[in-house]
Design a protein around this ligand. Sequence first.
Ligand code: F0G
Length: 487
Amino acid sequence: MVQPTLTEVKFSNGAKIPVELHKVRVVQKLHLKPVDERLAAMAAGGYNTFQLNTRDIFLDMLTDSGTNAMSDNQVSSMLHADDAYAGSQSFYRMEKAVQHVFGKKWVLPVHQGRAAENIISQAFISKGHVIPMNYHFTTTMAHMELNGGKVFEIYTDEALKIKSDNQFKGNIDINKLQALIDQYGPERIPFIRMEASTNLIGGQPFSIQNMREVRAIADKYGIMVVLDASLIGENAWFIKKREEEFKNQSIHDILLTMCDLAQLVYFSSRKVSSTRGGGIATNDESIFLKMRDLVVLYEGFTTYGGISVREIEAMAVGLYETMDETVISQSPSFIEYTVNELDSLGVPVIMPAGALGCHIDARGFLPHLPQSEYPAGALAAALFIVSGIRGMERGTISSVRDENGNDILADVELLRLAFPRRVFTLSQTMFVIDRVHWLYKNRELIGGLRFVDEPKVLRFFNGKLEPTSDWPQKLVAKFKEDFGNSL
Ligand code: F0G
């Protein structure tokens, strides 16, 4: 049998250019508005990129959640969806896909990833519990804390380094895991959570070797391992590229190995299968039964879980496509290109390149701004003003306040420029690099932000801020000086 090899296209001159292994067949017109209109839109949106209207956005790099391009096969599958409250054939096709791709028998549909987190947290977490994990995700932590749990991030010393050679910055530190179990006792640990392509620290993967070590300790103490598989395709791709033992294995085998090391797998289909929806899967019927009735209560009947049947059909196809290297490597290869180019221009970016997006280190970019003035948020606003590119703040604005009302400063201040799968072209990517580089050269013009309207829960979504000075106007003036009438 021919060994599966990496899907990579080489250029004869050695240049590292990501080639699109798909063609564009349905397109959407974009609008690149003049800089004054972009400033007005940013001001109206309270300097929070979540508050922008896509009408004013050129390249929407907020997230890959629900914004990946669907394949022709996914779109066509939606036509034969089976509308039924109970027993829909669409669900059984999706269930079969989860069983095949992830190797898990019992499947529960939920309306998106955080709905899975709600169900899992309600089913397994109670007051006094501690949950070790490689890193939290915003909604994950919110649900766990709501149920009385406390999250412990036990990443390795490499994880938060902006520039590192470590290929698996998403690994759990095994010594810290052992210490945590010794300190709290296994009875207070309902499960250990591993997040594939660790979102908030730059889309960094973990290795299977690390997951095996985590599972060995978990087994010793009878603790369950939970895998957040929202970005599992990309993590599997990195394992194939970076972990010697797996370089000749198929992506499917790698996915099965990863899922086999967890008793419970959950995912946001908005990411993993380029659709909407989410799911929870396990091979243990007793685990399944602890969650089943909560799904009925919060999501809908167990054969639709709050998802439209058309999306469920596309989910099934999207899950199978997660085994296709040309699908899961597309976003990482564009991210790698962007990260390497920006690094060569001196812009501080998280390295090695990870999944989901290019992550710019806002503290390195704006050393003159204290974290209390939200450098990552300011950088997100500034980049939108000078380019129409919408990124996402992943720093202190995405954090919370302590009991005294002080900001808990984020470990890392990042501006995330997401690369949804198969959405942007190379010239658009080059535009991103150019505008980020221009902004870097003019970085001293960027000032801070402060809240004017701050929600108590997940404030980064709906919060409104204002600049601490007239820096946005000065930035626009410099843009006009350098670019004239250009958009
Ligand atoms: N887990 C991870 C690792 C995620 O990245 C997300 C969402 C969720 C869970 C929640 O899933 O949005 O379907 O409810 N991440 C999106 C992002 C929102 O932009 O990174 P959801």
